[in-house]
Write a protein that binds this ligand. Structure first.
Ligand SMILES: CC(C)(COP(=O)(O)OP(=O)(O)OC[C@H]1O[C@@H](n2cnc3c(N)ncnc32)[C@H](O)[C@@H]1OP(=O)(O)O)[C@@H](O)C(=O)NCCC(=O)NCCS
Length: 197
């Protein structure tokens, strides 16, 4: 019983992070992961877009252990963006890790990817993360630019990191440095952003 209550409390705090308005009238809603029924939509989105093949166990490892660090961007009932993360100890630091990020092709360049990353940065900061890391293909200019804009730096180059033989950059954001990304408005309800079509 207590466990259930605690879980609800955490979900409430992580799901009340952002309400950000932009120019247009299309509503994209940002919701935390809440049910295994959402997994097929998440998997098909990621399978289309990331070069690495992931088994269902990998998805479950992240989502079942850190459900409050998985968020989806929804166009009505359709999942059009997703971010999957974890947060655990790495040496002396509490380290957040962004495992997967994808936005459906026809929804790109509308700041949906940026908003998903901002949501998890805020969620991880609420949990007192010291740093956040991820890997991306060194040729992935879109992702490199998105993360650079949010304050991530290139920490390491990892040679032939991916199964396809491509190198990766490890990117890192220091959460407790003095440079802060702007905190977005807080709302108690589901997170809604109006984005440009
Ligand atoms: C990377 C990805 C998540 C970006 O999603 P998105 O919603 O289009 O990103 P945003 O609209 O928030 O883009 C923010 C910034 O990132 C950069 N960016 C995004 N896509 C870009 C592209 N194709 N080329 C160059 N820069 C790009 C730009 O600087 C952009 O800012 P701008 O719109 O002011 O130019 C999306 O392209 C995607 O799903 N790619 C396939 C999967 C993937 O590569 N995931 C990342 C793995 S680490």
């Amino acid at each position: 019983m207590d466990k259930v209550k605690n879980k609800q409390k955490t979900t409430a705090s992580t799901s009340s992070i952002i309400k950000q308005l932009t120019k247009d009238s299309t509503d994209i809603t940002y919701v935390p992961y809440s049910s295994e029924l959402q997994l097929p939509g998440i998997m098909s989105l990621i399978e289309n877009d990331l070069s690495e093949p992931y088994s269902i166990y990998t998805y479950r490892y992240f989502i079942n252990n850190w459900p409050n660090l998985c968020f989806m961007a929804m166009d009505q009932d359709k999942c059009i963006g997703v971010i999957i993360c974890k947060l655990d100890r790495h040496r002396d630091a509490l380290r957040g890790y962004i495992a997967m990020l994808a936005v459906k092709k026809e929804y790109r360049k509308r700041k949906i990817g940026t908003t998903l990353v901002k949501i998890v940065i805020n969620a991880m900061k609420l949990k007192n993360a010291d740093e956040i890391v991820l890997e991306t293909e060194y040729t992935n200019l879109g992702a490199l630019s998105l993360y650079h804009n949010l304050g991530f730096i290139r920490d390491k180059r990892l040679y032939r990191y991916y199964l396809n033989g491509v190198d990766a950059f490890r990117l890192k954001l220091f959460c407790k440095s003095e440079i802060q990304i702007p905190i977005v408005e807080v709302s108690d309800r589901a997170i809604v952003e109006k984005t440009k079509k």
